[in-house]
Every structure is written in C-alpha cells, then in structure tokens.
Design a protein around this ligand. Sequence first.
Ligand code: 48F
Length: 273
Amino acid sequence: MEGLHPAPLRERDVTRHIAREFYKEFDQLIESDVIVVGGGPSGLVCASDLACHGFRTLLLEQSLALGGGFWSGGYLMNKATVCEPADDILKNLGVPCKPIQECAGMTIVDPPHATARLIASAYEAGAKVLNLTKVVDLILRADGVLEGVVVNNTTAEMAGHDVIHVDPVALESKIVVDATGHDAVIVELLNKRGVYQPVPGNGAMWVARSEAMVVENTREVFPNCFVTGLAVAAVDGSPRMGPAFGSMLLSGRRAADLVRRKLKGEDGAGCFS
Ligand code: 48F
C-alpha cells in the first residue's frame, strides 16, 4: 500500500538490521555480572530483580519461548495456584490473583497471563535474553572457580554432533544462577566435572513441605553458583510440588537478593553449602 512507509521496504535492509542489532548486542553479552540459566518463573523473577538493581544480567533459555513450566497449571489445566505472600509479586505486575475462600492464603492465577507479565518485567528491568541457547558446559578454573558457561544453539545441539558438528562458545560472568528446574543442569555439570556431589533429583510430592524448603534452601551451592526454583528441590532431594508456583517466585527473589549481597561484598552473603 502506498504511503505506508517513507521508502520502499527492502528485504536486504530487514536482514541487515536484524543481523547488525543482534551481533552488536551479542558482543555485550559475552561478559555479564550474572548469567541466569533457565527462563521459568524462578529465573524470570531472579533476572528481573538483578537487572532492576543495575547488574548486567543475561538470561539464557534453551527453548524458543521463555516461561518454562508456568504456561500451564498442570495436566493441561489453564489455572495455577500461588500462595501468599508470593501473590504480591504477581499483583504488583497487574496479574489478577483470585483468593480461594476455603483455603486461606491460596490464590488462583491464569498461567499465560502471569508468565507474559514476568517475561515483560524481566525485559523492562533491563535483563538481556538469549533464547534457543542451551548451556552445555561450564568455564571452571583449576582452583574451582566458576567463571561462566559454555553454550550452543539449541537446534544444532538437537541435531546431534554426528549430524551437525558446531562448536559451542563461552560466555563469562561473575555469578551463574541455576534456574533450570527439575534437571538442575548447572549443578549436574559441576558433578560431571567432579567438583560437586551427585544430584538426587526431586522426591515424591509433598506440596507444603516442598514450597517451604525451596525458598529456605535457595542458596550458593558452589563458589559463584546459586540455585533457585525447582532446581533447589532437585539438588536437595526434597519433594516436588506440582502446579504450586508461589515458591518459584519467592525463590527467584531470594536468589537475586543473595547474589546482590554477594556482588556488593556484604557480610555473610552467599556462603555456599
Ligand atoms: O522448569 P522451569 O519452569 O523451572 P522453575 O523456574 O519452575 C518450575 C515450575 O515451572 C514447575 C513446578 C513448580 O511449580 O513444578 O515445574 O524452577 O524452567 C526451567 C527452564 O530452564 C530451561 C528450560 O527450558 C526451562 O524453560 N533449561 C533447562 N535446561 C537448560 C535450560 C539448559 N541446558 N540451557 C538453557 N536453558
């Protein structure tokens, strides 16, 4: 249609400017203060809080879409539970949280609405995002210091090295946060490299216990490596909790707070255990 654009839109310009912007930004992501691995609810809150405090924060997600397991409330039902006080995190983002009269403190949310707002909030806070980016290894010095992660394009990894052999690349950071859910990928890699004990994985379901334990045990598990969200339960062998998402949000917030205090050199912050 004439008059829609001041100059005719050229295909080469679309390609050129996508490439230019991507590589200009990518150049700045090679070195960050914090890399958060996993864009589920815990990773999104953690990345958003850290970026809000002015830390150079990079969120890595292997899938095309951010959001992890928060798009559905389990069993393909489009409702999820969030208990107090985690509902405040969502309410502050404008997500309706419906109180349930017969269960004090429990609210029901629409997961796609909540997930969309968490994603927007991470971007608005200034977190940078690389999706379709899978962490496959760590930068680990001989003195046991974690200095970043090794990543590859997810589609190249999916094809397998015998089909497409593409070498991964490294991204450096002062802190790595494992927000990879059940798989606790970063801690598993520490174990694979011989510097951390085996990861037991989640125990059987026990919602109340698990929700409390995940938040309480969000911590630095190895120098410069913090765990948040369901990865905490996997690392500790504590119970799974199904579609109860409050502790994911609170754990992401707690991880960001611990990381922030460590980076600021505050006393007692982030002692790994
Ligand atoms: O699983 P996920 O949503 O983790 P979370 O934030 O929340 C758990 C809940 O969704 C739910 C639950 C509790 O209510 O039971 O499961 O702890 O998000 C983890 C994200 O990490 C990504 C993965 O695709 C997902 O989006 N991820 C996993 N491995 C890698 C990765 C990897 N190697 N590289 C990059 N991203």
